[in-house]
Design a protein around this ligand. Structure first.
Ligand code: GDP
Length: 461
């Protein structure tokens, strides 16, 4: 049963920037009443309190006699609304001032400002969406690129939930069976049950492992591929960075990195985010050669998902290059043969002899070969076309932890079967697995966890 909240909440549901339209959303039992007090139709006859649900009503918002804005008011009575409650959405003109004034008016007449994520929290509490779907809403709001967005949308449709529910159904069946057998040993036998259970656990374990195997790709989809550019001084690293950043002009984030004064810039190539670790700041401080010692490169390369190794083709390979090549050995890397507009002292063939990584000829200066590089990155990380219709990606680290816990519990069940432990031993670990999986979709989760998740939302969602 839905637990309908008593308070009516309101917030700007669109971004607080100048845009075409802005939406003020209200949810709760007084939504219609409040809208009725401030809305006037053109001829004055249309009353929000009386209109049918799921209608759009043209008119004006008034605070007393003062006209605030020309609007469209959408009326959606619960339970057929996002939150499951009576909901009003007011489409007003998109200026920040207009949105603010309409919101203030709504609040003046009885709504209270919504907390971040409160609309989605209500949708969850009213059973309109499960927790993995609610988290997908956060991800959609924060999505940095096309793939992340598709994955979140897919999750919002309940794809993770579906797989988790299937696994849980199987587990709860076994728990119920064991419990019943222990209660009624005369009629239900557990002889040889370990074997039956063992077979099923193996299948469920594989399903959990499959989900876990998507974490790395899912994480990269969501957060971007951590990329470091290495190469000896003057090879053209900064030039490459500038071309990559400049070409897309899509610097999504510009946040200070975790280590010292390194800048991280996220660029989007063909819908794939690269989190570029820009070491330029450090290099430019003092003596160039001293500052970008191979030691530094090693440090950055250590936990990179991808290394772009820039080789200056106009100068012979030297000991710096040799040392960098050593770093690349067991890493995902693309070798960029730069300055191909000049006379070549190093060729693709020479590099291929020394390294097994793909080699791409470019000229950072003339912006040549960058498209080939982009294609190579795509091939490397996402083999074939990404299909979001049948693949479920785990993009959320909380889900990952819960899956790992479930996997551990399932392994314990297997151990207990192998060691021929009594059946009630199986139940305990089965129940743990069941609960860990349940925490992903928001079943049997503590209130703290729910609050924590919803506080991450932006207001209005
Ligand atoms: P970094 O020290 O590795 O970051 O190298 P920079 O990007 O600062 O480049 C060093 C010099 O090489 C600069 O003068 C660039 O203009 C030049 N350079 C970089 N890429 C190319 C290229 O593709 N062709 C040519 N001819 N010069 C380049």
């Amino acid at each position: 049963m839905p637990i309908l909240a008593s308070e009516t909440i309101a917030a700007v549901a669109t971004a607080m920037t100048a845009s075409g339209i802005g939406i003020i959303r209200m949810s709760g039992p007084k939504s219609r009443e409040i809208a009725g007090k401030i809305y006037r139709s053109k001829n004055g006859k249309n009353k929000i309190e009386e209109v049918k649900s799921h209608t759009i009503n043209y008119g004006f918002i008034y605070d007393g006699d003062e006209e605030i804005d020309e609007v469209l008011v959408m009326v959606m009575d619960g339970p057929r609304s996002y939150t499951g409650e009576d909901t009003i959405e007011i489409d007003c003109h998109g200026g920040v001032l207009a949105m603010k004034k309409v919101l203030e008016t709504v609040i003046k007449y009885g709504a209270r400002p919504a907390e971040p994520g409160e609309f989605t929290k209500r949708a969850f509490l009213n059973g309109r969406i499960d927790l993995s779907q609610a988290e997908a809403v956060i991800d959609i709001i924060n999505a940095k690129n096309e793939y992340a967005l598709k994955s979140s949308l897919h999750q919002l449709k309940g794809s993770v939930q579906k797989v988790i529910c299937e696994i849980r159904e199987n587990i709860i069946y076994h728990i119920a069976y064991i419990e019943s057998a222990l209660d009624d040993p005369e009629h239900i036998s557990v002889d040889g049950y370990g074997e039956t259970l063992g077979k099923d656990i193996k299948i469920q374990k594989e399903k959990v492992e499959n989900l876990l195997s998507t974490v790395k790709e899912g994480k990269m989809m969501k957060e971007g591929i951590k990329t470091v550019i290495v190469g000896k001084p003057n090879a053209g690293k900064s030039s490459l960075m500038n071309v990559l950043v400049g070409e897309e002009r899509a610097i999504v984030t510009d946040i200070a990195g975790t280590t010292r004064d390194i800048l991280e810039e996220t660029i989007v190539l063909h819908g794939i985010s690269l989190r570029m670790i820009d070491t330029a700041g450090i290099r430019d401080t003092e003596d160039k050669v001293e500052q970008i010692g191979v030691g530094r490169a090693k440090e950055y390369a250590k936990d990179a998902d991808l290394i772009l190794y820039v080789v200056d083709s106009s100068r012979p390979l030297d000991e710096n290059d040799e040392e960098i090549m050593e770093i690349l050995e067991d890493k995902k890397a693309i070798v960029l043969l730069n300055k191909t507009d000049l006379e070549q002292k190093v060729t693709e063939e020479m590099l291929k002899e020394k390294l097994s990584h793909p080699v791409v000829s470019i000229s950072a200066k003339e912006e040549q070969g960058i498209d080939v590089l982009e294609q190579e990155i795509k091939n490397m990380f996402f083999e074939g076309e990404l299909s979001f219709n049948d693949e479920v990606y785990i993009t959320n680290m909380r889900h990952k932890t819960a899956l790992e816990e479930a996997l551990d519990s399932l392994k314990m069940v297997e151990n207990s079967i192998e060691m021929q432990m009594p059946e009630d031993f199986f139940s305990i670990d089965l129940m743990n697995a069941y609960e860990s999986l349940g925490s992903i979709i928001g079943e049997a989760v503590g209130e703290d966890l729910v609050n924590e998740i919803f506080s991450k939302f932006c207001t209005g969602k």
